[in-house]
Ligand binder design. Structure first.
Ligand SMILES: [Zn+2]
Length: 160
């Protein structure tokens, strides 16, 4: 299954669609089987990737915050990414969410929690959350495992 972020033309409503393949998406779209859950518009396109940009609390792996707190993202001036790439990202997204099923979301307490686990002050388990680059470096220097997630992760509290 592949998840695509979709957007309707009428109201620019964004929603997520799950498909068996990239072709499956095209067929459903051409057959008028896709419609916006908000307004029912059947003119639906894939949303530009990096859909989580600017969403509160999200730490997009491609997002960078400059010294003045301005958030920026890596972009390219293409109408859309190659289908193979979109499909591959879909697969990575699927693998990432499977991997995280057995992991505890700790939000921005990641650095503290990872440290507590490392020093035996908290139960040994896999956790994921967000941290600053400086904190990640410090953890690494202390010998604590930190790996960046390949894709942005939407915190459970931001999904509603
Ligand atoms: Zn709509």
């Amino acid at each position: 299954m592949i998840a695509f972020d979709l957007v309707c033309r009428a109201g620019a409503h964004r929603f997520e669609g799950w498909f068996g393949s990239s072709d499956d998406f095209e067929q459903q779209k051409l057959g008028g089987l896709l419609s916006c859950p908000v307004c029912g518009d059947v003119a639906v396109d894939k949303a530009v990737m990096a859909p989580n940009v600017g969403r509160k609390g999200n730490q997009a792996s491609t997002a960078r915050r400059s010294a003045d707190g301005e958030e920026s993202v890596a972009v390219a001036n293409m109408p859309e990414m190659p289908a193979e790439m979109v499909e591959m990202i879909g697969r990575i997204a699927e693998m990432q969410s499977k991997m995280l099923e057995k992991s505890d979301w700790v939000g921005d307490r990641f650095a503290d929690e990872a440290r507590a686990i490392h020093y035996g002050d908290a139960p040994d388990r896999t956790i994921h959350g967000s941290t600053t680059i400086d904190d990640a470096r410090e953890l690494h220097d202390e010998g604590i495992a930190v790996a960046p997630l390949p894709l942005p992760f939407v915190p459970p509290e931001a999904k509603n």
